[in-house]
Structures are given as C-alpha cells and as structure tokens.
Design a protein around this ligand. Structure first.
Ligand code: AHR
Length: 525
C-alpha cells in the first residue's frame, strides 16, 4: 500500500490525524476542506431559550386533523382524540411551546366555535386554506389537552384581522380566570375546572397580509388597543407578541419599536426558504440537483442577515433587550407534492431540510440574546414538518432528527464562538460551508452542533476550546447517500442519526471531520 492509498483508507473512516498525511498529488480525492472554530467556554452569559425549539400547528391541510386529532372513536391509538404516536414523538424532542390556531387561519378563527359539545359546534369554511369545511372538533380544550399531553407551553394566536377586542379579551378570561365569572363557569361546564396557564399570546398574525392588510402604523395602534384588554387573570402572566415583519421589511420593525416599544414582550418575524425565491414556482421538495441544494441553503443562511438587521433596529429602541425577537414561522416552502391539494401545503422532507434546520437553529442559538422564541412551520403534514402521517402510519422527518440532536441546547448557556469557514463553491458562487453553535448545559457538558453544507466533500474543523479541556467526546451524525434522501411510510428509517466518532482531541481542543452534507452533534465532557 503506497502512502496515498494508506491515507485514503483512513480518510474513509474520518480519521483526522491520518488525513494530514495526504500529499498534493491526491488532489483528485475528495479531501476535507479546513475550517476553524474558536469556542470561548469561559465567556458564556446568555441562555439559549428552549422556546427557540418551538413548533407551529395551524388548521391547514392535515396538520390538525389527521396530524394531531383523530377523534376519540378512531381506531388509531389516541388519548381523548389526540394521536398517541405523534405525542410520543414530540415528547422525544421535548417540544417546549406550540403556536395555534394559525397563521392566516388565526385571523378568521372565532374561539366560541370551538368550545362546547362537539356535535353542536358550527361548521365553517376554512377560507384561508383550501376552502374545506372546518368542523371545529379541535378547539380550545382539545388544543390545551394536546399541550398538556406533550408537556409544551401553549402559544395562542389571537384574531385581530376579523375578530374584536372583546372576543380576544373574553377568550383569555375563559381560559385563565379562576373566578366564578360566567366565562369561567362556561369553561367548567365544558369540562375544565382549573384555569389553564397561557404564557404566550400573539396579537394578530401577518397583519401586513392575510391578517388584515394593515400598514405598520395602523397595526401599531390596533396592537395597543387589543393589548390593553388582554388581562392577566388569577396569577397568569402573558408574554405578548406583536405581529412582525415579512422577512426583509425592516420598516415594520422600526415602526413597531417606535410606536409600541416595550408594550410588547416579543415582536415576531416570518421568513420562509424557497429554493427559487419565486412564489409561483418554488421548486420540488424531492426532485432537485445541486443548483437547488446550493440555492436553498444560501437562502436559509439569509436568516442570519435578517435576525442581525431586525435586532440592530430593536437595539436602538431597546438596548436592554427587553423585547424578544420571535421567529414564529420559518422553514422550507416547496411546491406541494404532485397530486395533493395545493391549499394543503403538503411536502416531503429530505436531508436538504435537515441542513436548513441545522443552519437555522445554529443561527438562533448564536443570536439568543435577542431571539427568545421560534416556531418551525409546521408540526405535522404541512411545509417543513416534524412528522408525516397517513391514517394509522406516522414517520418522522430528517428535520425532526435535527430537533432531537439539538435538545441539549435547550436552556443551556450559549458559548460565544468564532468561525473561520472554508467556502462551498458552486459555479461562480460561494457560501460558507460550515455552520456551528456551542453551549454548556447545567451539568457542565459542552454541546457543539455543526453542519457541513458541502454535498461533495468532507470538512475538517479544528476546534479551539478556550477555557475548557476536552476529556471525552461523543457524537451523532445525520447524513445520507443522496441529497434528497427522505423517510417514507415504506422506508421510515432511510435517514436517521447514527453514532459518530470522526474526531480526535488536540492540545487546544479537538479536530472533527464532518462528512459531506451532514449535521453533527457533539457532547464534550
Ligand atoms: O405557514 C403557512 C402560512 O404562512 C401561515 O398561515 C401564514 O402566517 C404564512 O403566510
């Protein structure tokens, strides 16, 4: 075996040390590129809120009906009508918070339609999504039962677009008041004695669009009026979230910060990743080449720019960072799967989505001084879903696995880091090929999550761990042979995390070699 072959044999087992024996003559081999990551283990001061790992569930397509709710009489195993398999899957990723009932649907939703005996609830047209008939079988009690079954905090999205101040005020009283008011008594009559705690309330959704086509000035005034009547009853304390900007619209943020300021606790931001950037032809979820891969990841990286720019505006009005940036809708948005209802937004989820999730969650971690909550769209069967269901079958997606791998970051202390990334070059364009974030949990363990965006080459990252020593490291990797590998009901484990050991401690930290197109999570003790 000559030196080249000897070294290559080690390369395939991701041994960092031997890779360095390769010579320039080996240019044809997919050599790892080199990047560096300095982690300041001694400088952590901000907490990564677990609420960054939140979910969004809307009355849209099969998200609620089939995805969460099957009804008590269903043959699909359920607890009070809620799917047991979905609850179990969400518990594993420790879903901290879930937003409901929309989205656009929230601004057409009237809560009284969804309480009381189910067979007497009105049927309404879901004019936001597909024009289907909404049975209202899943309403306030069912949603809050779902939250309790998973152990997640509810985030209620209030109707500002077509509702009234009185309606939202009464919904809050119905859910949270411990008194014997008529509304609390109605709640008891409908089966719930104790009031619920409702920690998060959104005042409108996309008020610049489907939530009412408002200007930021008009919405600011509306926010102030609605907010005044959203009361804290019986010890419940509400974190109030204002409807925020559409992606790059920094003027919305400017006006809200100026006119509303700290009357809100959080200001939302919505941004979706479309491979083409073109809403009328977004691109396929599963049939794509490297150009689409590159374009999608490039657009996912734009989240960093957005968070930075919106945060800079917020910093001017709120230097103490009292108002959180709440990215309560994010994720990939493709053309719907062929043959499915265009109004249902059903799409598959591949390794590419896992990379989008890893990149985005690393961005949120690194901006946790301002980003206090986020919600990927959506929980089941819609857009970048955690789970896909088909009657009694359920499969978890590659994005789900990224959420599972990132659980150790929940409520951990962010460790500031500096990344010098090699480029992933495609044609004449280039983006950084590494994405990373690091945290320290309560027990002192350090967690590092890394993505290699390059689908063609492994990437070596030299990690300089300042203020800590790597005694032992364990890891997991999510990757697959093809960029579009995905799980199906027939092949549910086509892509799932595997044990990972392509790292080696060094005097200053460790070196790790990330396989091409991968997400890696390391625990350093
Ligand atoms: O998540 C799908 C839709 O996208 C939501 O209803 C809306 O808020 C956004 O435009």
């Amino acid at each position: 075996m000559n030196t080249t072959r000897f070294a290559f044999a080690f390369l395939t087992s991701f041994s960092v040390f031997q890779i360095q024996l390769l010579t320039a003559d080996d240019a044809a081999v997919a050599l790892p590129t080199k990047s560096t990551l300095v982690i300041h283990a001694e400088q952590g001061k901000n907490t990564i809120s677990r609420n960054i790992y939140g979910q969004f569930s809307e009355h849209l397509g099969a998200c609620i009906y089939d995805g969460i709710w099957v009804g008590e009489d269903s043959s699909i195993p359920n607890t009070r009508g809620i799917r047991n398999d979905v609850v179990a899957a969400l518990k594993k990723i420790e879903m901290p918070v879930v937003r409901w009932p929309g989205g656009c649907f929230a601004d057409q939703y009237h809560w009284e339609d969804g309480v009381g005996p189910r067979d007497q609830r009105p049927r309404r047209i879901n004019a936001s999504w597909g024009g289907v008939v909404e049975s209202n079988a899943f309403g306030t009690h069912e949603f809050l039962d779902f939250c309790e079954q998973v152990g997640a905090a509810p985030y209620i999205s209030g109707n500002v677009g077509s509702g009234s101040v009185e309606e939202l005020a009464q919904w809050i009283e119905y859910m949270t008041a411990a008194t014997n008011s008529t509304l609390s008594d109605l709640r008891r009559q409908n089966g719930r004695d104790e009031p619920w705690k409702i920690p998060f309330v959104g005042i409108g959704n996309e008020s610049w669009g489907c939530g009412g086509q408002m200007t930021p000035e008009f919405y600011s005034d509306n926010y102030r009026r609605y907010n005044e009547f959203v009361k804290n009853f019986s010890g419940n304390r509400i974190y109030r979230i204002a409807s925020g900007s559409n992606g790059d619209d920094t003027n919305w943020t400017e006006v809200l910060m100026r006119n509303v300021g700290t009357r809100m606790n959080g200001l939302s931001l919505h941004y979706y990743t479309l491979p083409t950037g073109n809403w009328s032809k977004k691109g396929s979820a599963t049939v794509f080449g490297e150009a689409d891969w590159f374009a999608t990841l490039n657009r996912a990286l734009h989240m960093d720019d957005l968070v930075t720019r919106h945060s800079a505006i917020m910093d001017r009005y709120d230097p103490q960072k009292k108002v959180g940036l709440i990215v309560d809708e994010w994720g990939t948005w493709y053309d719907v799967e062929p043959g499915t209802n265009p109004g249902f937004l059903y799409q598959q989820n591949t390794l590419r989505d896992a990379l989008v999730a890893g990149i985005t969650l690393n961005i949120f971690n690194n901006h946790c001084d301002r980003v206090k909550m986020a919600a990927i769209a959506q929980l089941a069967n819609v857009l970048q879903a955690m789970v896909l269901t088909d009657k009694e079958k359920m499969v978890v997606t590659p994005s789900y696995w990224v959420f599972e791998m990132f659980v150790p970051h929940h409520d951990a202390q962010l460790l500031p880091s500096e990344l010098q990334s090699a480029n992933y070059q495609f044609g004449t364009n280039a983006i950084p090929e590494i994405s990373a974030s690091a945290s320290r949990d309560n027990s002192g363990k350090i967690h590092v999550t890394l993505c290699n965006l390059n689908p063609n080459q492994p990437a070596e990252v030299a990690v300089d761990l300042q203020g800590a020593k790597a005694q032992s490291i364990t890891g997991q990797v999510l990757t697959a042979p093809a960029m579009n590998t995905h799980n199906t009901f027939d092949n549910p484990d086509a892509i799932k995390p595997m044990d990972f050991s392509a790292f080696k401690t060094t005097d200053s930290g460790f070196n790790v070699t990330l396989p091409a197109k991968s997400v890696v999570a390391l625990e350093v003790d």
